[in-house]
Write a protein that binds this ligand. Structure first.
Ligand SMILES: [Zn+2]
Length: 312
């Protein structure tokens, strides 16, 4: 576990703070959002186990003890969002966890998740993500689409928002007008205008994603709180970018996938496309690449195009 000497916590709305998890030592890659109110706390996203030091430091800086923590809520079970959930709940008896029904079995038994991640990350598993642990099913609550959760003095409404992942949930805090979008509103680093669609395997689904964008647009919120990374207020312009940019990625997949299924040309092409959007020399490329690695995006696009029969 990386040792973190300083906490990076910022209040983004009354009772809502962003904790920078300083993933791989870089700022503005993975966020967790801390909710405080009514004498209790909750977290939306917990990050991977490799960033638990930063999470603990952030909570301490915000004056929150794990005994105050009533609930963890994850947008989906990918390791950069929920990897730490098991070890946290093993260490701390109080919190319950909210997740999409499709994600729940994988929190109770992460073996399949770990096996598929190990196929991709190999010996980098430990340094990237840290450890895992199963969660007692009795402490897991499956969220229902549109059914409010009372937590930390507020109502959070989960919305099923598949596309990036089949089991993706966005959480709306109506009081602040803030929508916690996980990965369904894309990846955008502060200082970037570009919204990058994260397209990893295995269940990238552009049609479902389009429907989810319409769902988010209809909510008419004032702020988007992205896990990668931060709060953006140009909601209309931001949301309008997701589908065209996703189309560009899919088009790039069609033109750059090697005949033998090799993804290295596509990986390079996606990186060129991103740099053409954010500037070839942009220092933000490092954060973007950590949040949504181009080789991972290429693997997801390949799987999608194979499923559609567009490539061999
Ligand atoms: Zn993510």
């Amino acid at each position: 576990m990386t040792t973190i000497s300083r906490a990076l916590v910022r209040e983004v709305a009354p009772g809502i703070s962003q904790i920078d998890l300083q993933f791989q030592g870089l700022e503005q890659v993975i966020a967790a959002y801390l909710l405080q109110g009514n004498g209790e706390a909750a977290l939306i996203e917990v990050g991977p186990s490799s960033t638990r030091g930063a999470l603990d430091a952030g909570l301490a800086a915000a004056g929150v003890s794990w005994n105050d923590m009533a609930r963890l809520l994850v947008t989906h079970i990918h390791l950069d969002h929920a990897g730490a959930a098991g070890p946290i709940m093993r260490a701390h008896p109080r919190p319950r966890i909210s997740v999409h029904p499709i994600g729940a079995p994988h929190l109770a038994n992460p073996d399949k998740l770990i096996a598929s991640a190990t196929r991709i990350y190999g010996d980098q598993m430990e340094s990237l993500w840290g450890d895992f642990a199963p969660i007692d099913p009795a402490r897991i609550d499956e969220v229902e689409d549109g059914v409010a959760i009372d937590i930390a003095g507020r109502e959070l409404i989960p919305y099923f928002t598949p596309g990036h992942a089949s089991h993706h949930v966005a959480y709306l805090d109506r009081a602040s007008g803030m929508l916690f979008t996980g990965d369904v509103a894309g990846v955008r680093i502060p200082g970037m205008a570009y919204v990058c669609p994260p397209t990893p395997p295995p269940d990238l689904d552009p049609e479902a994603w389009a429907e989810s964008v319409r769902t988010m647009q209809a909510l008419d919120v004032q702020h988007l709180a992205l896990t990668h990374f931060g709060v953006f207020d140009d909601v209309k312009e931001h949301l309008a970018q997701i589908l065209p940019n996703l189309d560009d990625f899919i088009g790039q997949g069609r033109s750059s996938l090697g005949p033998d299924g090799d993804t290295s040309d596509l990986t390079d092409a996606l990186q060129r496309l991103e740099k053409s959007q954010i500037g070839a020399e942009s220092p933000l490329f490092a954060q973007l690449e950590l949040a949504t690695p181009a080789y991972m995006a290429a693997l997801g696009l390949k799987r999608l195009l194979k499923k559609r029969g567009e490539v061999g």
